[in-house]
Design a protein around this ligand. Structure first.
Ligand SMILES: [Zn+2]
Length: 113
């Protein structure tokens, strides 16, 4: 089957990676029922906080694309537009460190000097 063929040297492309919010418990990218800041995973029925899901998604993004910058728009798209941009901005400010003050400003993990 040609569709089963996978080139191990193929670069991970942005389009091929499934975007969306991943459940911290079952590790699936799935749909959530949200109530305020709490998200119920429809796959395993575990409740997680938005912060928890967001921080994990951001770390995953940096892991897959170390050359890319963590920004509001990149995280908005990475979370499949499930979190409003204003909320993404707040979450980034809370959990990550802003680098730079110009157009090229982006966020980094707090524990990286
Ligand atoms: Zn789950």
């Amino acid at each position: 089957m040609i569709s089963d063929f996978h080139d191990p040297f193929e670069q991970v492309s942005y389009c091929a990676v499934r975007k969306g919010m991943r459940c911290p418990s079952c590790r699936n990218i799935t749909d959530f029922n949200c109530h305020q800041r709490l998200f119920l995973c429809l796959a395993c029925k575990t409740i997680s906080s938005l912060d928890e899901i967001f921080v994990q998604s951001a770390r995953e993004y940096l892991l897959i694309y170390p050359e890319r910058k963590l920004t509001k728009s990149s995280m908005y798209l990475w979370c499949n537009k499930k979190i409003p941009p204003a909320k993404v901005s707040t979450l980034l400010k809370q959990h990550f460190k802003l680098q730079g003050r110009t157009k090229g400003s982006h966020y980094r993990e707090l524990n990286i000097p």
